[in-house]
Design a binder for this molecule. Structure first.
Ligand code: TMP
Length: 212
């Protein structure tokens, strides 16, 4: 039986640079001989990608907040059972763009879904699986949104939710990190790409055994 792979998630607001950092982290791990799968939420399996379309496109108010929380958890259950868990069982490391912390931040802090409802949905969709390490890329929301404005066409439903919404979810991520310091590391994402990358590699090396 291969050893279970490690599960690393990157979290943060819009325009924090997660995609670039995920690519760089995966490259660095592969150079060290580690098998890596990169994936994303919402999405990462065919059904979950179909649900993603419902979430990231259209008018900001198209869903009731609780409906939205159910949709992200439905997508997560598909992704977890069909993509993430089989890979981890095969010994592959999984580096995932967003996971459950995004739901607490966006649907909880951002949209006001009650924490008890989110906990109940999380139990149904995820059960026990949590990341071994979560890297929270922290950036001022206005700076982050300005970064995304130049590169995006479509998929901008959350970016249009307003500055106060984005401030609340930033605070959400910081609260999550403060509450679970063993799992979470906050990285200042306003720094240059190489500096952020070095900080991420340092956290991975320090917190997860076996990374030279
Ligand atoms: P992305 O822009 O990082 O690819 O993520 C897609 C959007 O989905 C992002 O704006 C945040 C949102 N989202 C939630 O609102 N709740 C969640 O649980 C997840 C995973 C993402």
């Amino acid at each position: 039986m291969p050893v279970r792979g490690r599960f690393i998630t990157l979290e943060g607001g819009e325009g924090a640079g997660k995609s670039t950092q995920i690519r760089l982290l995966a490259e660095a791990l592969r150079e060290r001989g580690i098998e890596v799968l990169t994936t994303r939420e919402p999405g990462g399996s065919p059904g979950a990608e179909a649900i993603r379309d419902l979430l990231v496109n259209g008018e900001p108010g198209r869903w009731q907040p609780l409906t939205e929380a159910m949709l992200v958890n439905a997508a997560r259950h598909e992704h977890l059972t069909r993509t993430v868990l089989p890979s981890l069982s095969a010994g592959t490391w999984v580096v995932c763009d967003r996971f459950a912390d995004s739901t607490l931040a966006y649907q909880g802090y951002g949209l006001g879904v009650h924490r008890d409802a989110l906990v109940a949905l999380h139990r149904l969709a995820v059960a026990e699986t949590m990341p071994d390490l979560t890297l929270i890329l922290d950036i001022d929301p206005e700076a982050g949104i300005a970064r995304t404005a130049s590169r995006r066409g479509g998929e901008d439903r959350y970016e249009r939710m307003g500055t106060e919404f984005h401030r609340r979810l930033r605070q959400g991520f910081l609260d999550i990190a403060a509450g679970e310091p063993d799992r979470c590391a906050v990285i200042d994402a306003a720094q240059p790409v190489e500096t952020v990358q070095a900080a991420i590699l340092a956290e991975v090396g320090r917190r997860l055994g076996g990374v030279p």
